[in-house]
Design a protein around this ligand. Structure first.
Ligand code: 13P
Ligand code: SF4
Length: 301
């Protein structure tokens, strides 16, 4: 283990590479990363980095977002097969059909989408800024893709009439309201923190609805000692590391995103040795998709 970590660190230095990791990555991947965060933070890091190479430990749409923002840099996804099933639920032709059915309605797309879908989008959002972005738009009717659960939460918070797409996260759908109710009964002093990709009946039981980093920040600032956490289980590594004195109960231990676990230390080392798999986006799509991401970064400052 130490040997492989040293080899990764030496090669990363030689290549002038930065290693970015999402909060759901394997424990050991989080531990060797230069930065661990949520989708918005990782987009910001990718936009600001001075490194020549970005090793993106996350899923495909996240590395693709980094490639859209950095045409001059090499973006590597250690396991190119780590896709996001929610992002795969909508393609550009489905979004075009939705736009044709609702002429004049602007499109907000969750960053969990392909570059082709982003290219058809007016502005992107993440779980941490969706309410702010939708709430700040002058339009009464807005197309929101692909996550119907995040859309439901945003519509309730903003009062906007959102036109939904039937997308969802299979991992967060495993978090059942009855599991949260049982945990609340067993641990009445615990705060309930839930990701907005959860089903609305689970979100309704939460004290706070937050992005992955939002959950980490809230836990470290809260006077509470116990927390019921409704999101993917990779987050517990960071929560326990940063708050060793606090107790965490997973709302569902079954909430595992298999794609997030595909990147390993070995694959990171091979990626740095071979400088592949490289994630690229065709220039006409990249330019259009970048507009939607830049608008989001500008509005969520
Ligand atoms: P965050 O932006 O909250 O990290 O969420 C990303 C994601 O894919 C959650 O499933
Ligand atoms: Fe996609 Fe869900 Fe995995 Fe996040 S947790 S990457 S939304 S499948």
């Amino acid at each position: 283990m130490t040997d492989i970590i040293e080899r990764i660190q030496t090669l990363a230095k030689k290549r002038n590479a930065v290693i970015l990791a999402h909060n759901y990555q394997r424990d050991e991947v989080q531990d060797i990363a230069d930065f661990v965060g949520d989708s918005l933070e990782l987009s910001r890091k990718a936009a600001d980095t001075t490194a020549d190479v970005i090793v993106f430990c996350g899923v495909h749409f996240m590395a693709e977002t980094a490639a859209i923002l950095n045409p001059g840099k090499t973006v590597i996804l250690p396991d190119a097969a780590s896709g996001c099933p929610m992002a795969a639920m909508i393609d550009a032709s489905q979004l075009r059909a939705l736009k044709a059915a609702h002429p004049g309605a602007p499109v907000v797309a969750y960053v969990n989408t392909t570059a082709e879908v982003k290219a058809e989008t007016d502005i992107c959002c993440t779980s941490s800024n969706a309410v702010k972005i939708v709430g700040g738009m002058p339009d009464a009717e807005i197309i929101f893709v692909p996550d119907k659960n995040l859309g439901d939460y945003v519509a309730r918070q903003t009062g906007k009439n959102l036109i939904f797409f039937e997308g969802f996260c299979p991992t967060h759908m495993k978090i059942m309201p009855d599991d949260i109710r049982a945990l609340k009964q067993a641990h009445p002093n615990a705060e309930v923190l839930v990701h907005p990709e959860c089903r609305p009946e689970a979100v309704a039981l939460a004290d706070k609805v937050l992005s992955t980093t939002g959950i980490c920040v809230h836990v470290s600032q809260s006077p509470a000692k116990e927390f019921i956490i409704g999101t993917e289980v990779g987050i517990f590594h960071r929560l326990r590391k940063e708050n060793p004195e606090k107790i965490f109960y997973p709302a569902s231990p079954a909430a595992v995103c298999p794609n997030m676990k595909k990147n390993s230390l070995e694959k990171i080392l091979w990626a740095l040795e071979d400088m592949r798999p490289v994630i690229t986006v065709a220039e006409p799509i990249r330019l259009k998709a970048k507009r939607a991401i830049d608008r989001m970064l500008e509005l969520s400052k």
